[in-house]
Design a protein around this ligand. Sequence first.
Ligand SMILES: [Zn+2]
Length: 385
Amino acid sequence: MKKHDQDFMKRQNRLTVFEIIKNQNPISRASIAKQTGMSATTVSRIVGELTEQGYILESEKVSEGLGRKSMLLEMVDASVLSIGVELDRHRMSIGLVDLQGNTVCSETYSRKDDESSDTTIERIAAVTGELLKRHSIERGRVAGIGVGLPGIVNNDEGIVVFSVQLGWKNVPLAKRLSELTGFKADVDNELKAKALSEHLKGAAIGSNRTALIGFGNGVGSALIIDGEIYRGAMNSAGEIGHSTVDPNGKLCECGKAGCLQTYINISSLLSEANHYRRIHSMEELFEARRAGERWAVYLIDRALMYMSITVNNVVCMYNPDSVILTGELIDKFPEIYEEVKSLCASRFVWEPLNGSFRFLRSELNEKGVIIGSGLMAQRRFFALE
Ligand SMILES: [Zn+2]
């Protein structure tokens, strides 16, 4: 075996052992060897390294059952932290994420519509420094920074290819952020980060085929197959908001006519509502619907129908075992989730697949992207170290 391949194998083995201890702790060395097929010597060597570096410890607990008693290994949850960031048009949130995907702390700041990428990146670096200082966290314990944002992201190179919401094009976010903070940085699409966190820590634990659909300022989806994010050729798999519903429909912000999201997303609904009367927010629009104003009933019912159609299309295309609904519209208006769920069951999901998947609501809500991005940074750290 070539030296390069040997190194790769070693890193893979280390990551595998680490992931098993993380997910199943407390656990014995023998059980790790059995699950991975590695020799007892290899497992002991890796465990020795991880213990020395302070990531795991021998716990007081011993294995139960027949046979020889053995000491169990446990994770030191706060031994490594990562920084998770969520960027959106009007806000940025930053938090510290531990090995189990808990947020140690998180903060949200407002962001101006037209804030330049340089300014935003400098602010992320400044807040990161402050958070570490305030919580007295040594830099050596930080695995890296992960950032999730809406748009098309080249996750291999950490470049924001295109984000309508942020108004960014070809921004080398990971490189700039690394230069400013000294930490390795990862960048990904927000829904992919969110799907990962819901899969590992939230609503879809135990699911092997998870589809996450976001309804908010845009419409998008993300798919997890056997624990891995499905990315497509340029990491834009799941951009369902720009699938065509009506070629003669309304113009979308992307320049095409009749995209799915023009019937669902917040800005489209508000701009259509304003044809009728002055409406400033989705809250007002819902208020008008509850009051029985016909135009508002029509607009929201139509949006609910298209949301249900979105679920059906995703289900027909991917046959997931779990579908998670998330996004600002779902988080703020609980009735949307309930109504879409019942519309799907009674009218819109293709009958043979009705009941074939768990219909779920995001559990991590506004923390999902922070946690998912933080966990992505940790994955890279332990695979490469
Ligand atoms: Zn479009």
